[in-house]
Design a protein around this ligand. Structure first.
Ligand code: SF4
Length: 1011
C-alpha cells in the first residue's frame, strides 16, 4: 500500500528538477518526480506477498472484508443467498426448442442505450436468453460498432442484485396491483380538476413515443405540467443557440471534415452520447499511414485536464470562468464582437491560432463544452458562421430532445413552495441526490402531499416518496430515442424484467388510462400511426426491419439554416474574473457520471483516466495552487462557498488551471446500493442552481487529516523507476516506451520510431526460431489514435469474467485488469503533454514468463499465443516477477463472486471463472479465436481478416487496436506492423512481442512550436 509522506511535496523543487531534465523525457506521476523514500519503498515492494504487510487497522480489516464481498456487484445479497435455502427449482427442457436458439451459440439483438436523452445504437450478445456482452451497432450513426465505458458496463447494471425489486409504499413492500389501485383513484381525482397540482419530473428524453404519451397526458389534464432535471445536461448549448439564432438548434459536428478544431472546454472525445462517433471521425485523421498524409490539428482551451485536452496539439489551461473572455477575444480577432477584456493568453499562441482558423475557412470547427455559459456557445456559432464552417463542419438540425428545454427544477421548487403541487411523479430521476444544494429539494419534496418515484434503485429520492416502483432496465424494456443526428433508434428488451420492473412508458400509461398496455404495444402503436412519415413499406415489414437494424433508416433530422442574429452588445457579461479568488468547477465523474453508475463495480474500479484514482473522487488542484495553499495530494480539506460546505481529499493534478478546483459529481451517495454507498465527496452539496458549473470565491481549509487513495498510476511500472536513474541514458528515457514525433519530424524521418539496436538484438538467439505455420496471431495498437478512454478495459471485464477486488485490494496493488492504460507526461507541471499507452499481455514469442514457471502452467501454442493453464498454476508468481511488461494478475483471494445468483447470468459461458491462487492475463480473447476457427473449418476455409475482433478492439471508438493473423501479408494487422511507425515495447530485451505499437504523432502549429 502506498502511503504518501505527510509533508507537502515541494512542487517548486519538482518544477525546477523538470526544467533541468531533457524535455523529451517522460514521467508518470508527481510522486515519481519527487522520488520520496515512501515512493521508492512502494516500488520495491510492489507485489506484497506478506500478509503482515497488509492493512492491519480495524478500519482497514473491516473495509477489506466488505470489499471482498463487493467483488462483483453485490454484498449483502451474496451473504444472504449463501445462508438462505433457495426454493427447489426443477429444470424443464424445452418441449419445442425455439428455432433460433442453439446451445453454445450466442444471438445478437440490436437495441439502444440512452445518455442524457440521446441514443447510442448497440448490439447485445445473448447466451440462451442471458444478455452478457454489449457491442456497438455498426449500422448506427452514433456508435459505428464501438462503445464507451458506460455502454460496456450497462450489462452489469442489468444483473445488479441491488436494483430495486419490489413496489414500495412508504418504505414497506407493496405490489403493482396496489399501485394501480392508487393510480386509479388519483386519475379520478385529477379528472375533476383537469390535473391541477399534478407535476411530472423526468430527465431529458428524446423518445417520440414518450413525448406523444406526455402530450396525451397533458391533453387529458391540461392543468398538469412537465418538468425536467438533467444534472449534467447541455443547457448552456440550448440557451446559447437561442442567443445566436433566436431558437434552439442541435449542432452536429463533422470532425471528418475539420482540419483545425478549437475546443472551448469541450471534452467531445469522451463526454456525451456523440463522443463515440466523434472519436472515430477525429482519430481517423490521426492514424496516418504515410508521411504525405494529412493530420488534423486540435487546440484545446480548458480548465480541467480532459481526454480531449490530452489529445490536443496545443492545450492551454485557462480557468473555467476566463474561457468566455478567450472566446470574446477570438471572435474579436476574427472581426466579430468588440473586444472588452483581455484573455490572458500568450500573444503568439493566440495569433497562430487565429491564423490557422483563417487559413482553414470551411474546414475548421470551434465548439464549446456543456459547462460553458450560453455566451460561449453563441460566440462559437458566430465564429463558425464567419469562418464558413456552417453546412461544412457543423450542421444544424431541429433539437433532438422531446422534453422541455432547460433545467426546470427551480421552477418546480417554486411551485412546491407556493403550495401548487399536490402530486409529483418522478420518473427515472434522483433529484434528492442531484438537485443543486440551494433548492433544498429533499425538504421541499416532503411538502408534496403525494410523491411517486420510479427508478432503478431504492435511492435517496425513493426513500422519501410515498410510492416507489422499480424501473425496468433498458435491456428489459421497449422504447425509442433519437441519436445525436436525430436518427430514430429502437430500445428493445433482451430479457423479461428480472425484478418486476416497469418502463417509464408503462408508468405514463397508468396515468393516461392505458392501463395494461405493454411498453411494446405503446411503442409499436405509436410508430404504426407514424408509418406513412417514415416508410412506405407495409408496417409489419417496416417494423421487422427496424427491430433487426435497431434504427429507422433515413430518419436523421434534416439540416436547417437558422439566421445568426447575435447582438454582441447584449451578450450577458462574462463572470467577473478575480485572478486570485479560487473558483470551483463541477464536472460529471469520468467513470460514474452524475452518480447514476455509482453502484457499478466495474466502473468504480476503473481508474479515472487522468488521475488513476479508483473508488473515489478528489478535489483537483494545480500543483502550484496546492503548493500555495500548503496542500498536497492526500490532504483532507474543508471546502466552503456561499455558506455551502463539504470536505474531501486533495489531488494535485498536473495541467489543471491555477486558482481553480475541480470536483467531480456523483460521489457521496447515501443509498446507491452495497457497492456505491459511502465513497467520495458529494459535489452536489456545493452546487447551486445559479452556478451549476463554476462559482468563484471557494475557501479551502486544510484539516490536517490524510487520506489514502486507491490509485493505480504508480502500479505496474515498466519505466525502470525501480532502478537507479543513472543506469539509463537520457536518450533511452527519451525514446523508450512511448515514441513520439511531430508530423514534421515524421516527414523528415519516417523511421524515427525504429531503433537499430533492436534490429541487431532480434538476430541474437541461442536457439533456432520456431516457425509458425498457419495462423500467427498479433496485435497492433496505434498510440496516435488512442484517446485513453478505457472502453477497452471495461470490455475486457465483460468478455473475460474479470473480477473486481474492491478499494483496499487495489491499494495493495492487486487490481485484476488484463489490459491497463498507462499515462505518461512530458513537459512541466503546469501544462504537460499527456500520452496514453494501453498495455495488454504482449504474447512474446520468447516469453520470459514461460521460462520460469516451475510447473509449465504458462506455455506457448503453435499460433504464438502465450497461454495460461489455470489447473496447473500453483501460484509461485515467478512469471509475474519475470514479466517486463507487468501484465500478469494474480488472484490473491476469492475475488470472483460465486454465490450471488443473478451474477451467474452475467458471465460469459465461453470463459472460465477463475478462483483464488491462479495467475491470469490477456488471452487475446482466445474464445473468440477458437469460435472463428471452428466456423471457418466447418466452412472449409481460413479465418478471414477482420472476422476475429478481440473485445478491446471491438469496443475501441478510436479503432486504435487491430488484431489478426500476421502470417497473412494482406491482413490489416500485417500492414500496420509494416508501417514505419511500428515498434515493440522493450524490444531490446528480445522478447519478440506479438503486440506492437504505432508511434504517437502530434501536429503542432510550427508558429507556436518555434516560440
Ligand atoms: S485503445 Fe482503449 S483507451 Fe485507447 S481509445 Fe481504444 S478503447 Fe480507448
Amino acid at each position: 500500500m502506498y502511503v504518501r509522506p505527510k509533508a507537502p511535496l515541494d512542487f517548486e523543487d519538482i518544477a525546477a528538477k523538470l526544467r533541468r531534465r531533457d524535455p523529451r523525457r517522460l514521467w508518470r506521476s508527481v510522486d515519481e518526480l519527487a522520488c520520496t523514500p515512501e515512493y521508492e519503498a512502494f516500488l520495491h515492494d510492489e507485489f506484497p506477498n506478506d500478509p503482515a504487510k497488509e492493512p492491519t487497522t480495524a478500519k482497514h480489516l473491516l473495509n477489506r472484508r466488505e470489499a471482498l464481498k463487493l467483488m462483483a456487484a453485490s454484498a449483502a445479497l451474496s451473504g444472504l443467498t449463501a445462508c438462505t435455502k433457495l426454493p427447489t427449482e426443477k429444470i424443464v427442457p424445452y418441449v419445442r426448442a425455439p428455432e433460433e436458439v442453439i446451445p453454445g451459440k450466442p444471438l445478437f439483438y440490436a437495441t439502444s442505450i440512452v445518455d442524457r436523452g440521446v441514443a447510442i445504437g448497440l448490439l447485445v450478445e445473448s447466451h440462451m436468453g442471458r444478455p452478457t456482452k454489449v457491442e456497438g451497432n455498426p449500422d448506427h450513426p452514433g456508435s459505428l460498432g464501438s462503445t464507451n465505458i458506460f455502454c460496456q458496463a450497462s450489462v452489469l447494471a442489468l444483473w445488479d442484485p441491488d436494483r430495486s425489486q419490489t413496489v414500495l409504499r412508504e418504505g414497506r413492500v407493496s405490489d403493482w396491483p396496489a399501485f394501480l389501485a392508487m393510480a386509479d383513484d388519483l386519475r379520478t381525482n385529477l379528472s375533476s380538476t383537469k390535473g391541477s397540482g399534478l407535476r411530472i419530473l423526468t430527465e431529458t428524453t428524446s423518445s417520440p413515443t414518450f413525448a406523444a404519451q406526455m402530450r396525451s397526458l397533458l391533453d387529458q389534464f391540461p392543468n398538469a405540467k412537465w418538468y425536467t432535471h438533467e444534472p449534467c445536461g447541455n443547457y448552456g448549448a440550448q440557451q446559447g443557440a437561442r442567443l445566436a439564432f433566436g431558437r434552439n438548434v442541435n449542432s452536429v459536428y463533422r470532425f471528418d471534415k475539420a482540419a483545425v478544431v478549437v475546443s472551448l472546454d469541450s471534452d467531445f472525445l469522451d463526454d456525451g452520447a456523440a463522443s463515440i462517433r466523434y472519436s472515430r471521425d477525429f482519430t481517423n485523421w490521426r492514424g496516418i499511414e504515410t508521411p504525405q498524409a494529412q493530420m488534423n490539428r486540435l487546440y484545446v482551451v480548458e480548465n480541467t485536464p480532459s481526454l480531449t485536452g490530452a489529445m490536443a496539439d496545443h492545450r492551454l489551461p485557462v480557468r473555467s470562468s476566463d474561457i468566455e473572455n478567450f472566446a470574446r477575444s477570438l471572435a474579436a480577432a476574427l472581426g466579430l464582437a468588440p473586444q472588452k477584456t483581455g484573455s490572458h493568453v500568450p500573444d503568439q499562441w493566440f495569433k497562430a491560432l487565429v491564423g490557422d482558423l483563417q487559413s482553414h475557412r470551411g474546414t475548421s470547427l470551434v465548439l464549446a463544452g456543456p459547462s460553458q455559459p450560453p455566451g460561449v456557445h453563441a460566440l462559437a456559432h458566430a465564429i463558425n458562421g464567419t469562418l464558413g464552417n456552417v453546412g461544412q463542419t457543423v450542421i444544424y438540425t431541429d433539437p433532438v430532445e422531446a422534453s422541455p428545454e432547460g433545467d426546470s427544477l427551480p421552477d418546480l421548487v417554486k411551485e412546491i413552495e407556493a403550495g401548487q403541487v399536490s402530486t409529483l411523479i418522478i420518473l427515472g430521476s434522483n433529484p434528492v441526490f442531484t438537485a443543486p444544494a440551494d433548492l433544498q429539494f429533499a425538504q421541499q419534496l416532503l411538502k408534496v402531499p403525494l410523491r411517486v418515484h420510479c427508478g432503478l434503485y431504492d435511492d435517496e429520492t425513493a426513500e422519501i416518496c410515498h410510492w416507489h416502483v422499480p424501473q425496468a432496465h433498458f435491456l428489459e424494456s421497449w422504447s425509442d430515442a433519437r441519436a445525436y443526428d436525430g436518427t430514430v433508434s429502437i430500445v428493445q428488451p433482451l430479457i423479461a424484467p428480472l425484478y418486476h420492473g416497469h418502463s417509464l412508458h408503462e408508468m405514463l400509461a397508468v396515468l393516461t388510462g392505458d392501463i395494461g398496455k405493454s411498453d411494446h404495444d405503446l411503442v409499436r402503436d405509436y410508430w404504426r400511426k407514424q408509418r406513412s412519415q417514415v416508410s412506405q413499406q407495409p408496417f409489419d415489414n417496416f417494423w421487422q426491419k427496424t427491430l433487426h437494424d435497431g434504427l429507422m433508416t433515413g430518419t436523421a433530422l434534416p439540416g436547417v439554416s437558422p439566421k445568426l442574429s447575435l447582438d454582441y452588445g447584449k451578450l450577458p457579461d462574462p463572470p467577473a474574473s478575480n485572478a486570485q479568488a479560487i473558483e470551483i468547477v463541477f464536472r460529471p465523474d469520468p467513470t460514474i457520471g452524475d452518480g447514476r453508475w455509482a453502484n457499478n463495480s466495474w466502473l468504480q474500479e476503473l481508474p479515472k483516466p487522468l488521475t488513476k484514482i479508483t473508488w473515489d473522487n478528489a478535489i483537483a488542484l494545480s500543483p502550484a495552487t496546492a503548493w500555495r495553499l500548503g496542500l498536497t495530494t492526500g490532504d483532507v480539506a474543508n471546502l466552503s462557498i456561499g455558506g455551502l460546505k463539504a470536505s474531501g481529499p486533495v489531488w494535485a493534478l498536473p495541467g489543471h488551471a491555477d486558482n481553480s478546483a475541480t470536483v467531480t459529481l456523483g460521489y457521496g451517495r447515501k443509498r446507491a446500493g452495497n457497492v456505491g454507498t459511502g465513497f467520495g465527496l458529494n459535489g452536489y452539496l456545493l452546487r447551486t442552481s445559479s452556478a451549476p458549473w463554476v462559482a468563484s470565491g471557494l475557501q479551502i481549509q486544510k484539516t490536517g487529516q490524510n487520506y489514502l487513495f486507491a490509485e493505480t498510476q504508480i502500479h505496474h511500472p515498466i519505466d525502470r523507476n525501480g532502478q537507479q536513474v543513472e543506469e539509463e541514458s537520457e536518450n533511452a528515457f527519451a525514446r523508450d516506451l512511448v515514441r513520439i514525433a511531430t508530423l514534421a519530424e515524421f516527414r523528415n524521418n519516417p523511421q524515427f520510431a525504429k531503433d537499430p539496436e533492436e534490429e541487431i538484438a532480434r538476430n541474437l538467439s541461442l536457439v533456432q526460431p520456431y516457425k509458425y505455420e498457419g495462423y500467427a496471431w498479433g496485435m497492433s495498437i496505434d498510440l496516435s489514435r488512442c484517446t485513453g478512454c478505457e472502453a477497452c478495459v471495461i470490455a475486457c471485464y465483460a468478455e473475460n469474467n474479470i473480477p473486481v477486488v474492491g478499494k483496499y485490494e487495489v491499494m495493495a496493488g492487486r487490481d485484476m485488469q488484463w489490459i491497463r492504460v498507462d499515462n505518461y507526461y512530458r513537459g512541466d507541471l503546469t501544462n504537460p503533454e499527456t500520452y496514453f499507452e494501453p498495455v495488454p499481455c504482449m504474447h512474446c514469442e520468447k516469453a520470459p514468463c514461460e521460462l520460469v514457471c516451475p510447473v509449465g502452467a504458462t506455455l506457448h501454442d503453435h499460433e504464438g499465443l502465450n497461454q495460461m493453464v489455470y489447473n496447473r498454476c500453483v501460484g509461485t508468481r515467478y512469471c509475474s516477477n519475470n514479466c517486463p511488461y507487468k501484465v500478469r494478475r494474480f488472484n490473491f483471494k476469492l475475488y470472483s463472486d460465486w454465490v450471488t445468483p443473478s451474477l451467474y447470468g452475467l458471465r460469459n459461458p465461453d470463459v472460465t471463472v477463475r478462483s483464488r491462487g491462479v495467475m491470469e492475463k490477456c488471452t487475446y480473447c482466445v474464445q473468440r479465436i477458437n469460435e472463428a476457427k471452428i466456423t471457418a473449418e466447418k466452412e472449409n476455409r481460413f479465418v478471414r481478416d477482420g472476422e476475429i475482433q478481440t473485445a478491446c478492439q471491438q469496443a475501441c471508438p478510436a479503432q486504435a487496436i487491430i488484431f489478426g493473423n500476421i502470417n497473412d501479408p494482406n491482413s490489416r494487422v500485417s500492414k500496420l506492423k509494416r508501417q514505419t511507425r511500428n515498434y515493440s515495447l522493450l524490444a531490446e530485451l528480445n522478447t519478440r512481442p506479438r503486440t506492437t505499437y504505432l508511434a504517437k504523432l502530434r501536429n503542432p502549429n510550427p508558429e507556436i512550436s518555434s516560440t
